[in-house]
Design a protein around this ligand. Sequence first.
Ligand code: UGA
Length: 455
Amino acid sequence: MKKVGVIGTGYVGLTHGVILAEKGNSVICYDIDPEKISRLQRFDIPIYEPGIKELVKKNCEEKRLEFTSDMDYCISSSDIIFVCVNTPPKRYYEGVFRRADLSFVENVARTIAQTMKSYKVIVSKSTVPVMTGKKIYETISKFNNSLDFDVVSNPEFLREGSAVKDSLNPDRIVIGVMKDSSENLLERPLKIMKELYSNFNAKIVETDLWSAELDKLLSNTYLSLQISFINKAAELCSATGADVSKIAESMKLDKRIGPFAFLRAGIGYGGSCFPKDIENLGTLLNDYHIDPSLFEQVIKINKGQRDGFIKLMECGLWTLKGKSIAVLGLSFKPDTGDMREAPSIDIVRALCDEGAIVRVYDPEALSEAGNHFGNSVSYCKSVEEAVYGADAIALLTEWDEFKTMDLQNVKSLMKEPSHFFDGRNVFDPSFMSGIGFYYYSIGRPYIKPVREVVK
Ligand code: UGA
């Protein structure tokens, strides 16, 4: 059992803290936001993440997990400190890239330096640009060069929406440590971290600090690249009449590509991770004068998917002005209420700019949606409310609730003709046209609807 402190209780920090408690460690989670801490103390979980609430309650009741607003207490009670604070993109662009804002990481490093009295392993868990671990090391050493500590990079690979499952069963655990003067990995932090993860059934990758940081950035960028690849392929499929979903399924049968490849065409990726990581990588390449154009294209294609979706809607509806559009799904992916960098933000704004009457529904993201759209849209409490009297549906997030909705009923509530724009390729085009929808998806052939009105 290790004494673990977690600084920052967002998606990564909260999930990681809970999982380490569940694995038998004693964990103290700190957050700068006292409101968040008092909610967590009441088991009122500020994020929507399947399975997390039960684990928080269980581990608090079994006294392995606690939440505090006192950072000094968190640091001084722990031997291993995970830094899981935000590293949001800065406001200004360098070309198409923005750097990550590391001021929260720096503040934490300073506080650790001021507070620590005994040896600590300080672990960077936030997604950070390469060299952040070194900067943390230098910041603490500058404050007091007699402090005894090690800095480790242990990047997180969990996905929102399946964070608990991913953290309990990771594909790999990457541990990056600094090297000694003979270029050997430092043994002390490596041993402590391997002990911490000894009861996880996952391959441990032992590496240096910089490789661990880059592993994370490149993994996320590689996945983003796959998404932009398939979206560009979808454009060609639309032009030629080929079917991108069928091609993707066939490609996944190739073992070198694999069944879990990110080859679902749609309105593109969002979230707090992919957009930020590829930009971090881009600024890093610029810093080293390495051509970043491959990654610029990934970003360009991803943004283009949102414009392309609006064009698709104009193609089906002719003009958007005055048309009533039901937007189903606002979060950047299903099973989360997170709308950071979600394609829905640009798409809904474009619909409003075009003069459409927009009614939105999402199972978890409605409260965040208010911050983005104010009173320019109507917020609905159900699919039925959103689609009632609508000319068209724009499906932007593939929640199970939408996959399993009663499409006959949905159609009967809409105006005739009923248009369905599927930004996530959820439904089968022949089935949808069989119901009588004018159904449009991404990179798949358009099939004319059967024009019986099902009422
Ligand atoms: C991603 C990575 O998958 C995690 O391994 C990583 O730990 C995390 O970022 C992070 O850096 O913290 P996440 O952003 O939660 O996780 O979501 P993903 O499931 O990877 O999806 C990202 C976006 O890509 C979503 O908007 C999704 O709709 C889109 N996507 C995904 C596609 O458009 N097509 C696909 O085939 C797959």
